[in-house]
Design a protein around this ligand. Structure first.
Ligand SMILES: [Fe+2]
Ligand SMILES: [Fe+2]
Length: 394
């Protein structure tokens, strides 16, 4: 067999010219070409070949008990509890009136949050040495870049509840650094030199990480920084998502906040989506980001498509989380008589989506005739552009 006819035969078996070339090069280097035979190009359907099932993409965040203590509680969905969610983690946190989430930072992740109930004050320090303080009410979001030190305080009068989302599924284990933990684990003579108190004074500090602790409701007007000369923050960490302009679709609305709208939010895009009863968030995928969803209100059903005929369907209700891997096809059906509200995060500051409708509109008729084997009159009925959220069936 000539080299060329060998190539043609290999190509018909799913090998590209590039692979043949690579295999030939490796063979000449003494690497067995058989090692490459498992990596076939083209991903053509392989009858009878077992492909792995899709991973679970649903997690019941609000059903968990992670941390409960004086001052509040926290429930986590990290890669440990929810393995498919490697790129994004979530925490549902509640603080009693006056309680604080102590001074801390995250070495591995940036932090985004949405206020679900109550009011809270956040104080942040940036690497530029600037301090920023802001109050947050229901519908407001914050974004703290990775490593920026911060503290949260419930402003009262009632409890507050917020959803935290991190741009790393592993943010929690070994990734959250608290000030009490650091001080307790530093020799008192060093603390005395660094913090200007006698070494004996550090015996009065907490003997373990505080994490969340009770406290008095702070004054409603903002208190000055201890250092009156500190430079006020130039990078605003706050974005009022609920009062930002909404995009309207036949079946619902969305507030989309990417780094375009909120420049500091460079690693995440956030969406608050409302689906009216009977709505369908149309078939689409996200080319360069994973999608993480938390159900605020109402119910939904999601079906994901993961190639090779693999699909998985789950139903969701308030407090549950969905994770859809980058590039996986999906749609969301609204369920029930009440509108469904979703908080959706993508692990990129730039938003990208491709919808099936837009794609079909972006092809000549003859291609669709050949691809689907259907008549021109059927093709003429297909939508030509994106619908976003489809309204209730007439
Ligand atoms: Fe934090
Ligand atoms: Fe999506």
């Amino acid at each position: 067999m000539s080299d060329e006819s060998k190539e043609i035969k290999l190509e018909s078996q799913g090998w590209t010219r590039r692979k043949i070339f690579d295999a030939a090069a490796l063979t000449s280097l003494g690497v067995a070409a058989t090692a490459l035979t498992t990596e076939r190009a083209g991903a053509a359907p392989q009858e009878g070949k077992k492909v792995e099932d899709l991973e679970d993409f649903k997690y019941d965040l609000e059903k968990q008990t992670h941390w409960v203590g004086p001052g509040g509680s926290a429930k986590e969905a990290t890669a440990e509890e929810f393995p498919v969610s490697q790129s994004i983690a979530g925490v549902s946190m509640r603080l009693d009136p006056g309680a604080i989430r102590e001074l801390h930072w995250h070495s591995l992740a940036a932090e985004w949050a949405y206020m679900i109930e109550g009011r809270c004050r956040a104080t942040v320090i940036t690497p530029e040495g600037q301090a920023d303080i802001a109050d947050f009410g229901v519908g407001d979001t914050w974004y703290f870049p990775r490593g920026h030190g911060h503290v949260l305080q419930n402003l009262g009068p009632g409890p507050c509840h917020f959803l935290l989302v991190f741009d790393n599924g592993h943010f929690s284990e070994f990734g959250t650094f608290s000030v009490t933990d650091w001080i307790y684990n530093t020799p008192p003579d060093i603390l005395a030199r660094n913090l200007n108190l006698p070494a004996s004074a550090f015996a009065q500090f907490p003997k373990k990480e505080l994490y969340i602790g009770p406290g008095a409701i702070p004054p409603q007007t903002m208190e000055p920084y201890r250092n009156a000369d500190i430079e006020p923050g130039q990078s605003n960490h706050k974005y009022r998502m609920d009062t930002s302009p909404a995009k309207n679709f036949p079946g619902g609305t969305e507030h989309l906040v990417s780094s375009k709208e909120f420049p500091i939010q460079t690693t995440l895009t956030a969406v608050k989506m409302t689906l009216q009863p009977g709505a369908l968030r149309e078939m689409h995928w996200h080319p360069h980001a994973d999608e993480w969803q938390y159900v605020l209100k109402g119910r939904s059903r999601i079906r994901i498509f993961g190639s090779h005929g693999r699909t998985k369907t789950e139903e969701f209700s308030p407090g549950q989380v969905a994770f859809i891997k980058q590039g996986y096809g999906h749609y969301v059906e609204q369920l029930g008589n009440e509108p469904t509200e979703l908080l959706i995060l993508f692990n990129s500051g730039e938003y990208q989506e491709i919808s099936l409708t837009n794609w079909l509109g972006g092809n000549p008729v003859s291609i669709l005739e050949t691809n689907f084997g259907i008549s021109r009159s059927m093709i003429d009925q297909l939508p030509k552009k994106e619908i976003g959220i489809i309204g209730k069936k007439a």
